[in-house]
Design a protein around this ligand. Sequence first.
Ligand code: NOJ
Length: 742
Amino acid sequence: MTIDERVEELLQSMTLREKIGQLNQAGTRMNCALPGFEADIDTWVSEMLQGKLAKEELDRRLAMCEENLREDEVASGELGNFVNLYEDEKIARVQKAAVEDSRLKIPLLIGADVIRGYRTIFPTPLALSCSWDMECVRTMAHVAKREAYAGGVNWTFGPMLDIARDARWGRIVESPGEDPYLAGRIGETLVKEFQRKEEDGCRLMASAKHFLAYGAVSGGQDYYTVDLSERQLYETYLPPFQAAIDAGVGAVMSAFHDLNGVPCTMDRWLLTDLLRGKMGFTGFVVSDAEGVRQCVAHGCAKDEKDAARLALLAGGDMDMSSLDYAGYLEELVSEGELDETVVDEAVRRVLKKKFEFGLFDRDYTYDPAKIAEVTLTEENRKCAREVGKRSVVLLKNDGILPIRREVTRILVTGAIAEDRQALLGPWAFTGSAEPVVTVVEGLRSYASEGVDVRYVRGFDVNDDRSDFAEAYEAAKQADLVIAVGGEREYMSGEAASRANLHLAGAQEEFLSGLVKTGTPVAVVLINGRPLAVGCLKENPGIQAILEAWHPGTECGNVIAEILYGRYNPSGKLSVTFANEAGQEPMYYNHPNTGKPGSDFKFTSKYQDIPIAPLYPFGYGLSYTTFSYEDFRIEQETLTVEETLRCSVEVENTGAYAGEEIVQLYLRDVTASCARPVKELKRFEKISLAAGERAMVRFELPVSEMGFYNRSCDYVVEPGEFRLFVGTDSERVLEKTVQVVLK
Ligand code: NOJ
């Protein structure tokens, strides 16, 4: 029997309530009526995310609550899928209720946010995108997949493919950066690896989220409104989703916000006409958590029942956490408000994925020993370390890095340096802080003999100045200070937008005092988003800045290997660093405007900050240097059917072996719509020994040099195009080509 036939057969045997159960996704229920604790769990989680409640305290309280796994609902067929259930043994229990106790024995989809690993935590997605390295991306997905699958998860709520151009938005940390092409390559790689079936059946269904343009929330304020032209959607926000769809992504998650006035959760144009009709998506759509009932707060549904009807009719197949499909669909059908065929179609889509992803073929026996075998292994940690090293970006280096032999007294300062939870970072709920290697541990374990690594807390992300003096005294006794600051884990991620992009608290003040000790300072930034760190860039006493992001479980080892020069940094920014929050959204691929920014007053710029970004897209230093020469275009006049071929000579002109990410950009000089000043079209990561040269070649079909015109049709308009090749989006060599009709 084909999958379609199996789906039909099953569907015929289902009651309406069982059908609705397949569209229902819920978490476990908590009975939190504990003596002395009036608040509910959502409040505690929210307090934890804001840093007001320690994770340990939350865990302690949760452990005292009574958890209801909803096994009865599963057994009765009314609950067909789970969200964010991470404990292996509990997953096994609910799955058992489904495959043994329910009438039709339909296995559950167990969905979780496996976005940067499962138990072994990798760098944040934004950091990973700074590797520009698809092998790293694949490795993360592979390790995450093996660990999650072993634990019983069969569906990941990833990849997150929201183009993010505004660092105020907390969820920029989960994004693949600001560039549609790079994000598309990452999305495609993640989907393929998560979903690739291994010999033992291991695979996860992926979901591309959040559809659509969540990264464009006004002012960078989370959950806020988005108003965008259709052209902009096609050009900037759709490409990574299209790449995921072309790679066969099983599910798409709709976004929380309203797009051009309609909440994405209930937007039929978005979820049906565009997603299925134009983009060719054939999987199912899941709402974001409680997205269905939020349509009421949006003011677009009169109550939860209305929201359920509108969301299902729009093409939202599964309700995550609202319980409104479960609560109202049956009533809506019996009242004639909703045709049962609409329910059937959604159920078909869900069941099809359950068959395709092998849920009916899996052995659900719970075997903790087998799980332990693949979880947090040395090999997995090594992968996280290798990927972590490639995700770090060296922003500034006046020559103090890598740390020289003569440096024998190192002072590490900054509370974050020893805080496992902060180093682990956001969106790592499936992981734990305990196995995280701290910066101090890493530096000590990689230190050569005779090197003393001392730690003094010094400063945190708050206004506490009580440890400043001790750190300054210690700095005077050291040859080098490594100051670790930035953001704690709760300062980026969901519901963590910031209006101010400076280092929080008294960090800037601490650092400016630190350099006065005269000891060279290297700053290691642990943070989720690009920060306005101009004061560090400009301060000559701060001789190096390493953007480490949140590297995850292997944090300290990653940082130590780079600082000691065992690994030569190769990461490049996948997002622009603005000078100030007021300059956001700031991104490299903007149109030229009629008055491009210059020294002349009447041009597009702010009068109180530089026109240029603090650090441009594509930027990142190495311990070696690379020169670019001899940029050649094979054929300078091309038709739309032809392929442009070009090459450039890159030489490692420094003293260390290193990796370089060679970037190719394009500009359509004159077109019917204003085109970006540059658009990334290709890139390649190469590895060169000191003194070695390589020729890097790129091929770009002219058909990929087009854009969406005023009527949203994709066109390649003939005329002049400029090509740029270089080490970042600003330092480039340039050539011109002509595209002709015939
Ligand atoms: C809400 C988030 O927006 C989404 O990205 C996530 O997958 C779900 N919660 C489930 O945790």
